[in-house]
Design a protein around this ligand. Structure first.
Ligand SMILES: [Zn+2]
Ligand SMILES: [Zn+2]
Length: 308
């Protein structure tokens, strides 16, 4: 089974689970306290928005199962190249609040400038959300630079604001795959990028020995049959899994000297429900540092757009 379904949990339980994880991380890593406080502020906004998105209606996409199965068979994510109408009016208030939370949480004027640019019409939020959903890093970054805004911060804030929407789309596309053909195509998915949106995983969460890749954008979960580099497929000596901290074998990093990529893996009692995956990500920032110090990196997003 390639695609792993994660049952949604109530907002209340989501917050309880998040607080418990933050408490444990803060106890082990007091230096992360400011980062955790900011993450709490951001995730609270994202969880609120998810409630609004889930209560609304998703756009009806004309994506027949046969068509999606054929896309997946070619290694192309379901949403790639599809014109998806983004509910800008629903997402916009959260985008602005996220800017405020970032400004208060350490990003300062760089975050305020983004809010101002949206407020005064210099940044058109619908275009930003659409470029973000299309995973068009060039458009988002170039647009930000031209307006004197911090490209990474614009990407982050837009990604957080679009997250609940793309997560809901992913769940409706993957989780409710009722056609045998589509389910078979999902089961046959062998790529390291997300079958729904095409992003790379943020981490692999390992539950009961199952190494499950977790999409950094839509939070989908999928398992690959081969233990190999998720970026290039290397499974020989050049693909190594190591625990930088010997006392914490539950937190590892997979590195590949064929392609130079790395992936963090973390043992957990259960897969993180949306949007708590970012807690696994923040919990393992020392693994990013260890991998990068050794010259490994994460590749750029794959371009799945149809040739123009
Ligand atoms: Zn995804
Ligand atoms: Zn590789």
């Amino acid at each position: 089974m390639a695609y792993v379904r994660i049952e949604p949990i109530s907002r209340e339980n989501l917050l309880i689970s998040a607080e418990e994880r933050w408490r444990l991380i803060a106890a082990a890593r007091p230096d992360l306290a400011p980062a955790l406080a900011l993450q709490r502020a951001l995730l609270t906004l994202v969880i609120e928005l998810a409630g609004v998105v889930d209560a609304g209606r998703l756009p009806r996409l004309s994506l027949p199962p046969k068509y999606l199965a054929a896309k997946l068979a070619r290694g192309v994510p379901m949403l790639a190249g599809e014109p998806v109408p983004v509910p800008t009016r629903v997402l916009l208030p959260t985008l602005l609040k996220l800017c405020d939370a970032l400004a208060a949480g350490g990003a300062g004027a760089a975050a305020t400038h983004i809010r101002d640019a949206v407020d005064n019409g210099s940044v058109e939020p619908g275009s930003l959300f659409t470029a973000l959903l299309n995973r068009n890093q060039t458009a988002v970054r170039t647009g930000a630079s031209h307006r004197g805004l911090a490209p990474d911060l614009v990407w982050l804030v837009a990604e957080l604001a679009v997250g609940p929407f793309v997560h809901a789309l992913q769940r409706s596309l993957l989780g409710q795959a009722t056609s045998d053909e589509l389910r078979a195509a999902l089961d046959a998915w062998r790529a390291g990028h997300c079958p729904a949106c095409g992003s790379w995983p943020a981490v692999a969460e390992v539950v009961g020995g199952h190494r499950t890749l977790r999409c950094s954008f839509c939070s989908s979960a999928w398992e690959l049959p081969a233990y190999a580099c998720i970026y290039c497929g290397e499974r020989g000596e050049k693909f190594v899994t190591a625990a930088p901290n010997e006392e914490r074998p539950d937190r590892r990093v997979e590195v590949c000297s064929s392609c130079g990529g790395y992936l963090k893996t973390i043992d957990l009692p259960q897969l993180s429900p949306f949007p708590l995956l970012s807690i696994s990500d923040i919990e393992t920032t020392d693994l990013d540092v260890a991998a990068m110090e050794h010259g490994y990196g994460r590749p750029a997003l794959k371009d799945h757009s149809p040739r123009r």
